[in-house]
Ligand binder design. Sequence first.
Ligand SMILES: NC(=O)c1ccc[n+]([C@@H]2O[C@H](COP(=O)([O-])OP(=O)(O)OC[C@H]3O[C@@H](n4cnc5c(N)ncnc54)[C@H](O)[C@@H]3O)[C@@H](O)[C@H]2O)c1
Length: 333
Amino acid sequence: MVGNSVKLLNCNSLDEISHLLPKEKRVIVIIDSNVKAIYGKYFPFPHIEVNASEKEKSLFVVADIARKLMDLEADRDTFLLAVGGGITTDIAAFTASIYFRGVDFALVPTTLLSQVDAAIGGKNGVNLDGYKNVLGVIRQPSFTLICPQFLKTLPQSDIKGGLAEMLKTLILKDREGYCKAASLLKRGYTLEELSPYISRAAAIKAQIVESDQFENGDRKLLNLGHTFAHAIEKEIGTSHGEAVAIGIILASRLSVKLGILAHQEAVTIEEDFIKIGLETKSPIKPEHLFSSMKRDKKRSGDSISFILIERIGKCTIHPVQIARLEEALYDLS
Ligand SMILES: NC(=O)c1ccc[n+]([C@@H]2O[C@H](COP(=O)([O-])OP(=O)(O)OC[C@H]3O[C@@H](n4cnc5c(N)ncnc54)[C@H](O)[C@@H]3O)[C@@H](O)[C@H]2O)c1
């Protein structure tokens, strides 16, 4: 299916998955090798394994998968199913987008980050020479199947990275959803209790992408906290999720500083993040943060576009003058 419709299927039990897959097409699975070791039995199809590392997210691996697809006699009617975290779904979706000029595919994300973010939106790509996501296309999967049961075996550090992205999406559009999710996360939770918020964040992202597939408007909102996060990741190689959590806190403080957000709202977000166990303190000095951010791709002339928070549930895009940013950064970090 080529178009801009973003279809999500939610499922609560791993046993249901096979019933949700296409019956009329030949299915080949591209699966994360760690995930295959645990969940392989739920995908009884010919398969190709992928090692989930940023180094493997490359054209070499795409070519290798394409060769294996040819060995399996995959044709234009074959349906590719990607199963794994964001690395696997990115590699497989890109391969599916170019194999025989594009075959139908679907994604089964198995990390929290991929369930709320990476496997939704049709950005399919790989890295080049250490630069992330340089090569890619935008092409929507036939569907993304979200089953939180996979998260039972996900390490806590990966859960936290996903939580930062999930809360980010709720902060963008759903005040009530954010407040309920935050109070659940603060008191301790089961996967069953977390599921509705995963679905909600995924649905919000899907809705945003459907309204702006090529990122000319609303889709930019999904970058809340990311200008700070990219600078932090580049400077000290923190994990993406950790950097996003810190980025959201810095974006909320900047929003207060610029008179857009009430101080108490920023305090609420920060206290929630601390109690949930997310990082909130920037590990780098303001001058380093500033020199890295000056080179951000969202810079245009003497300003940088920031996603700022007006209140929890409503965010907007604002150009911020470089000089104003430099001055503000010393108070934010
Ligand atoms: N396409 C997009 O729009 C988009 C958006 C955000 C991030 N991304 C990409 O996503 C990638 C990061 O993905 P990620 O954080 O989902 O992780 P990942 O794919 O790197 O997986 C993390 C680890 O968890 C393991 N794993 C996966 N599922 C598991 C499970 N259920 N139980 C136990 N272990 C499991 C993997 O084998 C791996 O070791 C990055 O390459 C990033 O660029 C893409």
